[in-house]
Design a protein around this ligand. Structure first.
Ligand SMILES: CCCCCCCCCC(=O)SCCNC(=O)CCNC(=O)[C@H](O)C(C)(C)COP(=O)(O)OP(=O)(O)OC[C@H]1O[C@@H](n2cnc3c(N)ncnc32)[C@H](O)[C@@H]1OP(=O)(O)O
Length: 201
């Protein structure tokens, strides 16, 4: 495992910029209307880049510090915690923490489509697991999701601001129950309830 703090700040910054550019490339590749020659030329350029970047790869993505979310929580929501800065597969979220709750805003795009013009249910589950799990982490608890129950109430639209929320419901021994939801234009589209179990490492 390589932690973000183990690499120089300049490389961290360059990596974050590369990952953001890669996400833009993923969207462009998935939605391009360029002609076949342009698409093939782009493929060749991308294959070359993959070769350049693929020399001596790490086995894992750069891992942010465990206490990053709790340091963000200590700012009282002023400084959000950014998720998936170094991983283009993750949907990037900037999470603002309160004591026992969190919120974030996101505009989902064509890459996240499930039903036509709507967010894929698996991506909604991913987003809500992030909202609940990162809130646990922000409270200093090393906990894993033991269960995550979802209710898809209505479709969650693409290309519109979505508000994501999570909050702690109760803690008993090693178990904490947390809930979260996604809203669009003030209406809930998805609700989640998760059980988190504290682990040693
Ligand atoms: C190190 C953390 C770093 C930060 C990571 C952020 C992660 C973000 C969120 C995730 O995506 S986590 C990834 C998906 N989750 C996993 O991979 C977890 C896989 N499952 C496990 O590792 C174990 O099953 C688990 C740690 C959840 C529980 O196993 P244990 O052997 O430690 O617990 P045990 O079976 O002794 O049960 C402990 C308590 O939890 C309860 N419990 C366990 N599974 C449950 C469940 N599914 N639903 C409700 N309660 C559950 C269990 O009944 C019991 O309650 P009581 O203490 O009241 O008796």
């Amino acid at each position: 495992m390589t932690r973000t703090m183990d690499v120089p700040a300049d490389l961290r910054e360059a990596s974050a910029e590369l990952v953001a550019a890669t996400r833009a490339l993923m969207l462009a590749a998935a939605t391009t209307t360029a002609d076949a020659d342009t698409v093939r030329a782009a493929r060749a350029t991308i294959a070359e880049l993959a070769e350049t970047l693929g020399v001596r790869p790490r086995s894992r993505v750069l891992r942010p510090p465990f206490d990053g979310p709790s340091r963000s929580r200590d700012t009282g929501g002023r400084e959000p915690w950014a998720l998936f800065t170094h991983n283009p597969m993750g949907i990037p979220l900037e999470i603002h923490f309160g004591a026992d709750e969190a919120r974030a805003r996101l505009v989902a795009n064509a890459l996240h489509e499930g039903p036509p013009d709507s967010v894929h249910g698996g991506f909604s589950a991913h987003l809500l697991d992030c909202m609940l799990g990162t809130l646990m982490q922000a409270r200093g608890s090393r906990s894993l999701t033991a269960s995550l129950d979802l209710r898809y109430l209505r479709r969650t639209p693409l290309d519109e601001p979505l508000d994501l929320y999570s909050r702690i419901v109760e803690t008993e021994g090693r178990k904490t129950v947390a809930e979260g939801w996604i809203e669009c234009r003030g209406e809930r589209t998805v609700e989640a309830r998760g059980v988190f179990v504290r682990v040693e490492e």
